[in-house]
Design a binder for this molecule. Structure first.
Ligand SMILES: [Zn+2]
Length: 413
């Protein structure tokens, strides 16, 4: 795996991740996101509907919590999850948890971590964790980690223990990785823990960077866990300890404003769970992520962003405990459950080229939601994924053209 940085502007890293897998078929632009899946499939979408979207991320994320209970079947199948789940033309990354769901706390020991599948809790030792990776056959995966430090009241002693355990797990994973024939082609990402304690974050980053890892997973920065100011401050300290040429993947952060702030402190990769969360609450992403064209480069920039629209989508201000807003709704989305869309014959976002926006109206999506039709999830997931990927493309284009401040103003307006 190789990260070629083409530009670093005020901490933001623009580049290309290549040689992700042994055959070097795929590359991933950074800053960028992975393709989110649940049980190795993008929720609501078949491979055919998914591939109506262009420029999908070259890396699909699968999670151990969904796959652990199918260990025996996968071992018997022998050809890994990519083939088992019929995933086409993609590299594979395996993480421990699914960031779209919250895990119950209090089930971690010195030697084990727990994951929750549909059948309940499963306890994993490093040996079991690595046997699972051998059956899943990802191109890269995070090492086993104690990430239970995200609650605000976690003590300094507990945070220190999490860092120690995570480093010990990494050392054990690295030894077993060497010995496992099925993982000869795969790469390990070390996990940086340390909760909200600066010294522990620095220690975790520094020690992890000494190990032979291909990249870094920054854990415990979830949106619910801390305010962006503190997150930025901690990530700045962490990335200062990490080598420039290895990628940094941030777990649990997906909101566009938080993504931009984290890119500004040196994060390269994000998980792609945010469009799924938006879809599940019956909402559609509609924030402005256009980049104004610099007159000097007009006509030469890649057409990766929407043309500026005459008519901007209505962005609702989520109200605290308001009746009309689903829980956790952000200011980047519109709530299609709202009856104001009952007769709205416009597409979700004017100019969006996704299947949903080209063929359907807001009124139809509203109708599908109020009648509980499954197609609502399909259409919203298509649009939200398309919009989120467009946001990342526009972010990269803004960095390439030195338009980041302008882009930020638009997204955050
Ligand atoms: Zn659309």
């Amino acid at each position: 795996m190789k990260l070629e940085l083409s530009k670093v502007v005020q901490g933001c890293r623009l580049g290309l991740l290549t040689a992700i897998e042994q055959t070097a078929q795929h590359s991933l632009d950074v800053p960028g996101c992975l393709l989110f899946t649940h049980c190795a499939t993008v929720p609501h979408l078949t491979q055919d509907t998914l591939h109506t979207l262009s420029n999908l991320p070259a890396v699909t994320q699968v999670t151990l919590n969904c796959l652990a209970e199918h260990h025996e079947v996968l071992e018997e199948f022998k050809e890994g999850v990519r083939k088992f789940a019929g995933l086409h033309d993609t590299a594979l990354y395996c993480s421990l948890h699914d960031s779209a769901t919250t895990n119950p706390a209090g089930h971690i020991t010195n030697k084990t971590v727990s994951v929750w599948g549909s059948g309940g809790r499963m306890e994993l030792t490093v040996a079991k964790f690595m046997a699972l990776q051998a059956a899943i056959k990802p191109d890269f995966y995070q090492s086993m980690a104690d990430g239970e430090t995200w609650q605000a009241n976690t003590s300094r002693k507990r945070v220190r223990k999490a860092v120690d355990r995570t480093l010990a797990h990494l050392d054990e994973c690295l030894i077993l990785h060497q010995k496992t024939q099925e993982l000869k082609q795969a790469k390990i990402f070390g996990v940086v823990e340390g909760g909200n304690i600066l010294e522990e974050r620095v220690r975790s980053a520094r020690e992890t960077a000494k190990r032979p890892v291909a990249g870094f997973v920054l854990d415990g920065f979830q949106s619910a866990a801390m305010k962006q100011d503190l997150r930025s401050q901690l990530i700045t300290a962490v990335t200062a300890e990490l080598p420039q040429e290895k990628p940094r993947l941030l777990q649990g952060v997906g909101r566009p404003d938080e993504v931009i702030a984290c890119v500004e402190v040196g994060v390269d990769l994000f998980e792609g769970f945010f469009p799924f969360q938006v879809t599940e609450r019956g909402c559609a992403l509609c924030f402005d992520c256009t980049v104004t064209t610099d007159p000097e480069t007009a006509g030469t920039s890649p057409s990766t962003v929407l043309e500026s629209n005459e008519e901007r989508p209505v962005v609702e201000e989520p109200k605290e405990n308001g009746d009309s807003c689903p829980e956790n709704m952000t200011r980047f989305e519109m709530n299609l459950n709202d009856k104001r869309y009952r007769e709205d014959l416009r597409p979700l976002v004017e100019g969006c080229s996704c299947y949903c926006c080209k063929n359907h109206t807001r009124a139809y999506i509203h109708h599908l939601l109020v009648t509980n039709e499954l197609l609502a999830g399909v259409l919203l997931m298509l649009h939200n994924t398309a919009h989120y990927l467009r946001f990342f493309r526009a972010l990269r284009e803004a960095l390439a053209n030195d338009r980041l401040q302008d882009f930020k103003r638009r997204v955050l307006q």
